[in-house]
Design a binder for this molecule. Structure first.
Ligand code: UD1
Ligand code: UDP
Length: 392
């Protein structure tokens, strides 16, 4: 490997050279698991280079386990931290203390974290306190609004300030990192690993039938909603819009896998339970969820990951938020921000359902989030890091 970058100033002074890089990949929630699974698989395919371990905090339990099963990942460490209706203080301190033990015991050469969750933030801090380098997968996304998304924007800013290796999914996220004066030699443009996971999953045989019988004559509108900014009145307003969409468009069938967060579950079931052609179901396994996305006419969501997946499947995505840290597909036209106002959501959905030109324009825009090869690029960067460590 040519021209190893110097990592001297990010390594603890007493660190010894390594032969196989000990990499601990840490994640806790559904989206982190989906997006880290390709990295875990790629690391496992290079055993001469890496002594790879996986730790799950289980910030999520059932939704995490669904993904572990799909990708055949058996964690080396499972902190099993989820509590019903946990708050940010509980989960942050639990992860911080849990990761202190894990990192002290296993002493990895590098810790990989993903994205912007509490698991990401607290694991990065724990690694920093123990002077272990952090590699941040999906680094550099920003809205530059600290309360939107909350607390994810600040989770990401802190993680990027702690990290030593940055895996930026897009040129925009790379530029955000360079703006905060990250060393360009440690910023790798990789694409988003969610596209690796999506392509991998769509290539697998179906694992299970869908839990709802859908009429193929009807158009499918797929919905997810779970963000803290939408709890309470915005979510009620979104629900009213969903009800109106189904009532005003008799050829539409809506599926909403309900996030188990009680702040979501209670409102959604109270507002939308028992409506014809509107199916409230439990969170879906990733494989059938990908099939549903591929079948959908359009997608309404406040999810981060689905904003990236929709464009890859050429599906218009209406985002139930006022801001996004993923502006690329908005610029390209596949994704549009519609917020949480009942009337705006209804109008935008009705337009796409009735105006074929508007629909086609949105559905055919390009995908800016990657080519499905991101995990390989991350692993190559880690090989470079390993070479640098040996010569440090
Ligand atoms: C978390 C992340 C958010 C991410 C989302 C993905 C933080 C602060 N938030 O939000 O960035 O977009 O995950 O879904 O890290 N629950 C279950 N079973 C599960 C998962 C959750 O019952 O498998 C319930 C529990 O009551 C839990 C609650 O949901 O306490 C909230 O989970 P938490 O991870 O704290 O927040 P999310 O809203 O899921
Ligand atoms: N997803 C899933 N089953 C569902 C809903 C979503 O597998 O019922 C997937 C979706 O395809 C995406 C990820 O979960 O890859 C997004 O997770 P979520 O919306 O919970 O979190 P975010 O991406 O907003 O952090």
């Amino acid at each position: 490997m040519s021209n190893p970058v110097s990592f001297q100033n990010i390594l603890a002074p007493d660190r010894l050279p390594v032969s196989r890089l000990k990499v601990l990949t840490v994640f806790g929630t559904r989206p982190e698991a989906i997006k880290m699974a390709p990295v875990v698989q790629a690391l496992a395919q290079a055993p001469d280079w890496f002594d790879a371990m996986v730790c799950v905090t289980a910030q999520h339990r059932q939704m995490l386990d669904q993904v572990l099963r799909l990708f055949n990942i058996t964690p080396d460490v499972d902190l099993d931290l989820m509590q019903p209706n946990q708050d940010l203080f509980q989960i942050t301190t639990a992860v911080l203390n849990g990761m202190k033990q894990v990192l002290s015991t296993h002493q990895p050469d590098v810790v990989l974290v993903h994205g912007d969750t509490t698991t990401t933030l607290a694991t990065s801090l724990a690694a920093f306190y123990l002077r272990i380098p952090v590699g941040h997968v999906e680094a550099g996304l920003r809205t530059y609004n600290r309360f939107n998304p909350f607390p994810e924007e600040i989770n990401r800013v802190v993680t990027d300030n702690v990290a030593s290796l940055f895996f930026a999914p897009t040129p925009e996220s790379r530029d955000n990192l360079l703006k905060m004066a990250a060393d360009p030699a440690r910023v790798y443009l990789t694409g988003n690993t969610v596209i690796d996971a999506l392509f991998y999953t769509l290539a697998q045989p179906s694992t299970a039938p869908l839990p709802v019988a859908l009429n193929p004559e009807r158009r499918l509108v797929l919905v997810t909603v779970h963000r803290r900014e939408n709890f309470g009145r915005p979510l009620e307003s979104i629900c009213r819009a969903l009800r109106q969409i189904v009532q005003q468009h008799p050829d539409v069938e809506m599926v909403l896998p309900v996030h188990p967060n009680p702040n979501v579950f209670k409102t959604v079931h109270a507002e939308l339970g028992g409506l014809e052609r509107l199916h409230l179901i439990e969170p879906l396994e990733y494989e059938p969820f990908c099939r549903l996305m591929a079948q959908a006419t359009l997608i309404l969501t406040d999810s981060g990951g689905i904003q990236e997946e929709g464009p890859s499947l050429e599906k218009p995505v209406l985002v139930l938020r006022h801001e996004t840290e993923r502006p690329e597909a908005v610029t390209m036209g596949t994704v549009r921000l519609v917020g949480s106002n009942e009337q705006t959501i209804l109008e935008e959905v009705s337009r796409l359902l009735t105006d074929a030109n508007a629909y086609t324009t949105m559905a055919h825009a390009a995908n800016p989030y990657g080519d499905g090869q991101a995990a390989g690029r991350i692993v190559n960067a880690l090989k470079q890091f390993s070479v640098a460590l040996q010569s440090a």
